[in-house]
Design a protein around this ligand. Structure first.
Ligand code: C2E
Ligand code: CA
Ligand code: CA
Ligand code: CA
Length: 275
């Protein structure tokens, strides 16, 4: 990968290293779709008490033919800025729907949707066509949006969310607690799931009781709104124990499983059916 970046900085001596890398990503990303270099990995969400897998989050992976794996934290923001997020987002949602057909009926999948994608006029209509073109129940699909979305174009967002609800597709607020959103806004939007950001989970230790109190109050708030709570980025048993004590019902993190290709998770379900 270093060679790739280096090459570009020679071709564009006026650009900083960072700008050159951005330029490279932008130039390669269109081709990534054509070359079929993008794929989804699925990370399990498990029930806090039974330990059963209840669903997965779809996470995008880019395996560049020369430079290998490029993380979404690097290419998604660039895709959002250059407009390629539309095509990439379409790919993700289409693939998630196809993959849902290959998973057991009681398993749901959530997909991350960028604000730029969500704000398009035809987003909900396209999603509706997509889900209705399959045999899967719409409530097996959940859309994850960040709080950032909620503070923009308020009435427009509300209208879109109502349409989404009408389709029966579920809605999750991602990275909850990292952005600004007031209680009445959240209440009004009637989302189905609240995902507690990893930064809160990271703070959970016996030595920081304030962190537990914080999580418990988020759980209580979600419950009063009829939403379920997913804690993300759970890495240790201690965190899991404290999350259970705080009333969190669903957990996601390396402690329970890393994101894996569809083939691997399908295998897991076939095994548990057989056994
Ligand atoms: P996110 O939606 O908050 O996803 C959670 C990230 O945390 C994922 O990183 C996941 O692999 C990672 N993670 C999960 N459990 C643990 C853990 O126990 N410890 C640690 N350290 N990390 C954990 P990933 O896959 O690199 O994705 C990063 C971000 O890229 C995502 O954050 C999301 O904002 C974005 N992203 C990924 N896929 C898509 C996509 O299909 N569309 C859009 N628009 N954004 C995506
Ligand atoms: Ca997410
Ligand atoms: Ca998240
Ligand atoms: Ca995040």
């Amino acid at each position: 990968r270093a060679t790739g970046r280096g090459t570009w900085s020679i071709y564009h001596p006026e650009m900083s290293q960072v700008a050159a890398y951005r330029h490279w990503i932008e130039a390669e990303l269109g081709g990534a779709l054509q070359r079929d270099e993008l794929m989804l990995h699925y990370q399990p969400k498990v029930h806090a008490v039974t330990g059963e897998t209840v669903g997965y989050e779809a996470l995008l992976r880019w395996n560049h033919h020369q430079n290998g794996s490029i993380p979404p934290s690097e290419f998604i923001p660039i895709a959002e800025q250059c407009g390629l997020i539309q095509q990439i987002g379409d790919f993700v949602l289409r693939r998630v729907c196809e993959d849902l057909e290959q998973l057991p009926d009681n398993i749901s999948v959530s997909a991350n949707v960028s604000p730029a994608q969500f704000n398009r006029d035809d987003f909900v209509a396209n999603l509706g066509r997509l889900i209705n073109g399959t045999e899967i129940r719409p409530d097996r699909l959940e859309i994850e949006v960040t709080e950032t979305l909620l503070i923009r174009n308020h009435s427009e967002v509300r209208r879109l969310l109502a349409q989404l609800r009408e389709l029966g597709i579920l809605l999750a607020i991602d990275d909850f607690g990292t952005g600004y959103s007031n209680l009445s806004t959240l209440n009004e939007l009637r989302f189905n799931t609240l995902k507690i950001d990893k930064s809160f989970v990271d703070r959970l230790t016996d030595k920081d009781p304030a962190a537990s109190t914080m999580v418990a109050s988020i759980v209580g708030m979600a419950r009063s709104m009829g939403a379920s709570v997913v804690a993300e980025g759970v890495e240790t048993q201690e965190q899991a124990t404290l999350l259970r004590a705080a009333g969190c019902t669903i957990m996601q993190g390396y402690l329970f499983g890393k994101p894996q290709p569809l083939s691997a998770i399908k295998h897991h379900h076939r095994d548990s059916e057989a056994g």
